[in-house]
Unconditional design. Structure first.
Length: 104
């Protein structure tokens, strides 16, 4: 019986399936499809993290964010610079502040 996945997988998954002696079908995505699937995967991993907040799930989210950064052609240093700028201007999330309301 064949199970349909239709989702982006890590690069070594086909080798793992092959090592199990199973048949599979893959294709290479174009850049637009790849970015769209990475965004879907980010949502999937965020949902998994919400259900099981663990270092393993957090590592999956980080791997996806690295792949998205690379797909967008953003250098690691550039992303970190922007993160630092936003932290300097808007702060971080250390103080656990929950905004309930504000006047418009």
């Amino acid at each position: 019986m064949t199970k349909i996945y239709n989702k982006l997988v890590r690069d070594k998954i086909p080798d793992i399936i092959k090592a199990d002696g199973k048949n599979f079908k893959t294709r290479i995505l174009d850049d637009k499809e790849h970015l769209a699937e990475l965004i879907k995967k980010l949502k999937e991993e965020a949902a998994e993290f919400e259900e099981n907040p663990s270092v393993e799930e957090l590592a999956d989210i980080k791997e996806i964010t690295i792949a998205i950064r690379e797909a967008l052609g953003i250098q690691a240093g550039e992303l970190e610079d922007i993160r630092r700028q936003k932290a300097a201007s808007n702060g971080r999330f250390k103080n656990k502040i929950f905004l309930e309301s504000a006047e418009e």
